[in-house]
Design a binder for this molecule. Structure first.
Ligand SMILES: C[S@@+](CC[C@H](N)C(=O)[O-])C[C@H]1O[C@@H](n2cnc3c(N)ncnc32)[C@H](O)[C@@H]1O
Length: 366
């Protein structure tokens, strides 16, 4: 295999631990695996990291942007951890609005980190990007100690799920809209692909996963059909689902939507990530710090709601009529009014915001 080295024209100025460190040039070995990991949606002949091409390739409209800005407006000067950096839409808006804030950005997707790196370049050392999963947020904060330099973690944003570029990338297998290998990993360097997962999963587990994601009636039939057909591509998965659901029983939307979501959640261990990420966030947040979580399906919104409820009651289950007699201590306060959702104006420009639910908690001073 050739290991010819080409020099990319765009120096990544933002510090980016884990993939590309501050460097005047980026050296990309021209191997197919490098191209695949960094830019799988580009033709094999394209090796250069072209700035314009990258911006075009990563187009994600940050959801509830105004509401996120309003949420963090009250925080003290310090560091915001953007635990789902994506293309840095929220992060760049926060940095532009408040010059007394810095952002530690985390993402498990190398393409997102590269795009964010480019977008955050104008903010210089006020942004620091780390590769990894947010379940280990506390470790990443510790490892970034010299950049944080004693500043408090005054806010944490978790904008869950996948970004538009991940969904729209025709090579990554997240969507039934394009035929692609059944991959679905946010971090393409780690863990089994969805096709590999299907090779090893048993019927009970797959059926339970589909049920959890809304396939009440046909979970068993879909699971059996998937295991029998062993799909290797998105279109083969669609065929497997279609074969199990009678035409008359199909609801609004694409018949395979829930199966795709269920597999994506399993492949990326999104349930465990969320549970551990929320605990990790609470542990690193400074007193009075704000946690904002945007969820896109009812299952994950329920987890966030329950977490905030438990933290705001301290786990107290005493009858309301009697008042608390168990001595539970709340760790967060939650504003009344439930979840924040997108305005009609936002939905007009970004229909993907329709399912977004943002919940906010503030760490209580001990
Ligand atoms: C909805 S997008 C975030 C978009 C971002 N707020 C913006 O304004 O561009 C979610 C991002 O979180 C990343 N992600 C999802 N789960 C993650 C996890 N457990 N750990 C780290 N990153 C994760 C995905 O790779 C994706 O880039």
């Amino acid at each position: 295999m050739t290991s010819e080295v080409r020099t990319a024209p765009n120096p990544y100025k933002v510090s980016c631990a884990g993939i590309l460190r501050r460097s005047p040039t980026i050296q990309l070995p021209a191997t197919s695996s490098t191209r695949w990991h960094l830019f799988p949606h580009f033709p094999q002949s394209v090796v250069q990291v072209d700035e314009q091409r990258m911006s075009r390739a990563f187009h994600h409209i940050p959801v509830l942007k105004e509401e996120v800005l309003a949420t963090f407006r009250s925080v003290m000067p310090g560091v915001i951890v953007d635990a789902t950096l994506g293309g840095a839409g929220h992060a760049s808006a926060l940095l532009a609005e408040r010059n007394d804030l810095a952002v530690l950005g985390i993402d498990r997707d190398a393409i997102a980190r590269a795009a964010a790196s480019e977008r955050l370049e104008p903010f210089g050392d006020r942004a620091h990007i780390v590769a990894g999963t947010f379940s280990t947020m506390a470790d990443m904060v510790e490892a970034s100690g010299s950049w944080i330099n004693g500043r408090p973690i005054v806010g944490i944003l978790m904008d869950l799920g996948v970004s538009s570029p991940q969904l729209d990338d025709e090579t990554r297998g997240f969507s039934f809209r394009a035929d692609a290998p059944l991959d679905m990993r946010m971090d393409m360097s780690d863990g089994p692909t969805a096709a590999e997962y299907i090779e090893s999963v048993d019927l009970d587990t797959l059926r339970a996963l589909l049920r959890e994601h809304g396939e009440q009636k046909f979970a068993n039939a879909i699971a059996k059909s998937i295991l029998a057909r062993q799909p290797k591509t998105t279109s083969e998965l669609v065929v497997a689902v279609e074969a199990a659901v009678p035409m008359a029983a199909r609801r609004r939307g694409h018949v395979a939507t829930r199966a795709f979501q269920a597999l994506r959640v399993a492949i990326n261990e999104e349930d465990r990530e969320l549970e551990e990420g929320l605990r990790s966030a609470l542990a690193i947040l400074a007193p009075e710090g704000v946690l904002a979580v945007i969820a896109y399906h009812s299952g994950e919104d329920r987890v966030v709601k329950e977490f905030l409820r438990t933290q705001s009651t301290g786990g107290c289950t005493c009858p309301v009529m009697l008042g608390c007699v168990c001595g539970a201590t709340p760790t967060m306060s939650v504003s009344r009014g439930g979840a924040i959702v997108a305005s009609e104006n936002e939905l007009d420009v970004n229909p993907r915001a329709r399912s977004a639910r943002m919940r906010v908690g503030r760490k209580v001073v001990a």
